[in-house]
Design a protein around this ligand. Structure first.
Ligand code: NAP
Length: 333
């Protein structure tokens, strides 16, 4: 399989490259595509250096699978061009997620939507969900199968790496005492602070990130308006690893042990059964799994379960999920 990464020099793109280096289905090193800013930069791959080139109309010829992680604008521009050239695009931006012809995939939940690439396959676009949505979906899906989830309320605590390398550099500068300037990427100081504002302001009083969680969760689970989702998304001064406090309300009364069994049996999920125990963003940074802890039935409502869900946003929240989609396209489980 011939591959490329668009956005290879970014936080997610570099992580994708590291994960592709472990895959046996690549027939040659991936093509590394960037903007003019990083053209000529070198990135390590299996002990060699690969040179990044500026993306252009001919960049996708002869490719089977292309991982996109360069933001919504480049995805909207280059996605149809790459697909027309015959490639399967796995897009990490929000550009195509809610498009009715585009599958939105978490392999452990709805990977069955995908068919392996083969001789004569035509190109297409597959969307990788939002980082918070992926880890929340990984916790909600097993509970939905057993108890029938009808409501999900979420508060996220999202790491700064979720905003890309410029955001990470700004937090490091603020941590060293530099005051945020007028071109800050954050709406208020980020160091030593918590900001309940991620993305653009929406007319309904929410921020952009918050609506993504509900829309995308319903699409991944194959549900409609019968699944009610509310989300408050916060940015916290953590370098890497998203956390989320999640409440699910189910059709059936929830048994704590049965909920733990359902979560523990789900591929890619690890749990702590002790309701006082949990994982932290620091502990999960660099790990592939989604961790679910603080699992407890709500005192006042036997249909409600409370969870603490933590995952590496650059891995399962972005690059790993995209590469797992690529694995399925390459015919690998
Ligand atoms: N970080 C996360 O946890 C996370 C999670 C889920 C989804 N995402 C999504 O993944 C995407 C990338 O995130 P990131 O954190 O890796 O961002 P990043 O660190 O800022 O990297 C952005 C990458 O996109 C490239 N790029 C930007 N504009 C481009 C253009 N016009 N043409 C070609 N390449 C362009 C950059 O290339 P240059 O070096 O040449 O500028 C760089 O490689 C975004 O859509 C983001 O929303 C991120």
């Amino acid at each position: 399989m011939k591959t490329a990464i668009l956005g290879a020099s970014g936080l997610v793109g570099r992580t994708m490259l590291e994960l592709l280096a472990e895959r046996q289905w690549l027939s040659e090193p991936p093509r590394l595509l960037v903007s003019g800013r990083s053209a000529g930069a070198e990135l390590p791959f299996r002990g060699e250096k690969l040179v990044c080139t500026e993306v252009g109309p001919d960049s996708f010829e002869g490719l089977d699978i292309v991982l996109f992680s360069a933001g919504g604008g480049p995805s909207r521009k280059w996605g149809p061009i790459a697909a027309a050239a015959g490639a399967q695009v796995v897009d990490n931006s929000s550009a195509w997620r809610m498009d009715s012809d585009t599958p939105l995939v978490v392999p452990e939940i709805n990977g069955g939507l995908l068919r392996p690439v083969g001789p004569g396959s035509s190109g297409g676009i597959i969307a990788n969900p939002n980082c918070s949505t992926i880890q929340i979906a990984m916790a909600v899906a097993p509970l939905d199968r057993v108890f029938g989830v009808r409501e999900t309320q979420v508060t996220t605590l999202q790491a700064v790496s979720g905003g890309g390398q410029a955001a990470l550099a700004e937090l490091k500068a603020q941590n060293e005492g530099q005051a945020p300037g007028p071109d800050s990427l954050f709406p208020r100081p980020m160091a030593h602070n918590v900001l309940p504002a991620i993305g653009a302001k929406e007319d309904d009083g929410s921020y952009e990130e918050e609506g993504k969680v509900g829309r995308e969760l319903r699409k991944i689970l194959g549900r409609g308006a019968d699944l009610q989702v509310s989300c408050t998304a916060t940015r916290v001064p953590v370098f890497n690893g998203h956390s989320a406090a999640v409440r699910v309300v189910c059709e059936k009364p929830v048994d704590q042990a049965a909920a733990c069994d359902a979560l523990a049996a789900w591929p890619g999920v690890v749990i702590t059964r002790d309701p006082h125990d949990f994982a932290t963003a620091q502990e999960m940074s660099g790990r592939n799994e989604v961790h679910v802890g603080r699992i407890r039935v709500e005192a006042d409502n036997p249909h409600a379960l409370l969870l603490w869900v933590v995952a590496d946003n650059l891995l399962k929240g972005a690059a790993l999920n995209a590469v797992q989609i690529a694995d399925l396209l390459a015919g690998q489980k």
